[in-house]
Design a protein around this ligand. Sequence first.
Ligand SMILES: NC(=O)c1ccc[n+]([C@@H]2O[C@H](COP(=O)([O-])OP(=O)(O)OC[C@H]3O[C@@H](n4cnc5c(N)ncnc54)[C@H](O)[C@@H]3O)[C@@H](O)[C@H]2O)c1
Ligand SMILES: [Zn+2]
Length: 348
Amino acid sequence: MKSFRIREEISAESEIICCENAFERLTDFHGLIFTDENVLALYGEQIKAHFKGVPVFAMPAGEEHKTKETLFALLEACAKAELHRNDKILCIGGGVVGDIGGLASALYMRGISCIQVSTTLLAQVDSSVGGKTAVDFCGVKNLIGAFHQPQTVLVDPAFLKTLPARELRCGLGEIVKHAALDGALFDKLNANRDKLFDLDFLAEIIPDNIAIKARVVQADAREAGLRQCLNLGHTTGHAFELVDGSLSHGEYVLVGTIFEAEIARRTTECNGAYLDELCSLARTVLGGMPSLPAAERVAALSRLDKKNKSADTVSLVAPVRKGEYKLLKLAYSEYAELLTKVEKEVIC
Ligand SMILES: NC(=O)c1ccc[n+]([C@@H]2O[C@H](COP(=O)([O-])OP(=O)(O)OC[C@H]3O[C@@H](n4cnc5c(N)ncnc54)[C@H](O)[C@@H]3O)[C@@H](O)[C@H]2O)c1
Ligand SMILES: [Zn+2]
């Protein structure tokens, strides 16, 4: 068992525990269980048997339900169950359940405690670490949210046994991103390329990933500086995601990582052999390069990305050497040109 503590100035301490039999750690739970219908179909019996008499609210699964309607339906379920200040919301699910449940617990009675049992790879290595909560609003992802650290996060890799391969690949997108920020994880992934989807191998590297993200978040809880590094692969990945939408978020992060590595190669001092290895690792996870929309359309959308503070420049966290990245600010026209160039020269 490995556990991590995140302590920062904003809110109470959060503990992330990697363990087996997550439910067994939650004895005498008072509050409400929040999950989605897929997770309920798979684990409902186990949940009901362990948490006897605890009310359960299940949302329909999927990002399209990460809405204010689901948030308010959950808050209403909390009120109807007469949750009190000392009660907790127990979120059992992936990033969608964690983000909505976390926001509801930040809002209900001006803040009650939240416990998360993360059941997707993405939630285990990324979304449940750091205390960001949100719902999508007015067509914008995560537009409304709050920083609210969960009291406890339980990470039990046994849940991954029922997770479809596509969702594993999605989590692996963020794992490769972490590897681009941390040389030791990069070496581990590279040495085990044939095991990237193997659940025992994933169970071994989940704690490494939590530690990497926790370290960054702890140093910069409000995203003033260092936390930006977690956007590696995301500026370009996100723009592809907005134009196309047929791949998963993690797959776009992998595509974005490849493009941003190639942009680094063409604009700044970097280690070319390392970038070759990183791109080939990302391609291995993707299972080859997927068909993508034209880079020209993608560039146009990146101009609107909220992370780019000004419409005329684009900010990228570009990988440059093992464990090292560099913040690149490119004029929009240069970025657009580079994307098209990379598309022509590398992506075929
Ligand atoms: N808060 C953060 O810092 C942060 C960081 C990254 C991503 N996110 C958010 O996370 C969300 C994506 O999370 P996700 O990828 O976990 O998506 P998700 O919660 O939609 O889960 C993906 C799918 O897997 C199903 N599922 C969950 N656990 C399962 C299991 N054990 N077995 C079988 N199926 C299972 C779900 O029902 C769903 O259909 C996005 O909304 C994103 O914005 C938040
Ligand atoms: Zn991401």
